[in-house]
Design a protein around this ligand. Sequence first.
Ligand code: CU
Length: 108
Amino acid sequence: MRKLLFGRPMLVLAALCAAVTLAPAHAGPPPATQAEVVSARVVQVDAGRGIVTLRHERIKSIDMGAMTMPFTVKDPAMLKPLKAGDKVRFSVELQDDEPVITRIRATR
Ligand SMILES: [Cu+2]
């Protein structure tokens, strides 16, 4: 009788242990790579100041319509491979209310 009573809880415990063991693969904050990716055309590159002027499409995540404007980039080295006329895809986030490009790469 005792064996029967304890049989099921042990199974449940075993299942819980398995769930906890597997959980880390799905836990934690979503990866930064889920940032919105926006298409644009490079108008001008100022690598020295870390500024790129883009003619960009609408950016939903920061509630900005399509326009041409200069952006600061997180790291000026990101601008090295870019030149005026390039088609690019980029991600941007607000830092102190200023949009800063966190990723940018040319597309062909
Ligand atoms: Cu803009």
